[in-house]
Write a protein that binds this ligand. Structure first.
Ligand SMILES: Cc1cc2nc3c(=O)[nH]c(=O)nc-3n(C[C@H](O)[C@H](O)[C@H](O)COP(=O)(O)O)c2cc1C
Length: 167
């Protein structure tokens, strides 16, 4: 097979991006699977999707990437904090480091993804310290922005990432 899209998604954001990535891949020699159900289907190129957990991907993705050999690997991920390219870069570094040396790394696509409501409730608790108050407002703003993602622009960017990557 030419392409395999394998993703880990807790609440569906990364799955949505995976679907767009899959649809943008050319030809019929391709498949997509949730990492939890991955049954070892092989391909020349893997697009591996992850949700961000404490600044990196979760263990199952680390295990999966580390086990790929002689493959071309592109990564894609979603995270709650958006709008900061440096933050995206730091996540990319922490995840791509697991790609074995005998693989070819093709790059990473990142976008923002909505977070569960209980996270907002945590931010809503007012703080006495004025510095914390500024932080709290920024977190609330980011949370509300994240609710709108991934959106159509993110999907378009994901599809463009595929085109650029396989050129
Ligand atoms: C336990 C947990 C830890 C998270 N850690 C981070 C983080 O460190 N940085 C970040 O930007 N987002 C973080 N998030 C937000 C998720 O990465 C984000 O909502 C992502 O889009 C979820 O993807 P999914 O819907 O595919 O599961 C965290 C979410 C959870 C539930």
């Amino acid at each position: 097979m030419d392409y395999m899209v394998v993703y880990s998604s807790k609440t569906g954001n990364t799955k949505q991006v995976a679907t767009e990535i899959f649809s943008a891949l050319p030809g019929m020699s391709k498949d997509m699977q949730d990492l939890e159900e991955y049954n070892g289907k092989d391909a020349d190129t893997f697009f591996v999707g992850f949700w961000t957990n404490r600044g990196t991907c979760d263990m199952s993705v680390i295990d999966f990437i580390s086990g790929l050999h002689g493959k071309k690997i592109a990564l894609f991920g979603t995270c709650g904090f958006g709008g900061d390219k440096e933050y995206y870069k730091s996540i990319e570094q922490k995840v791509s480091v697991w790609i074995p040396d005998d693989c070819e790394y093709l790059g990473t696509f990142m976008c923002q993804g909505k977070m569960p409501m209980h996270v907002r409730e945590k931010y809503e608790i007012s703080m006495e310290d004025p510095k914390q108050e500024v932080w709290r407002k920024e977190m609330l703003q980011n949370f509300d922005e994240a609710l709108l993602h991934p959106n159509e622009t993110d999907f378009e960017n994901a599809r463009n990432f595929v085109k650029k990557t396989i050129e």
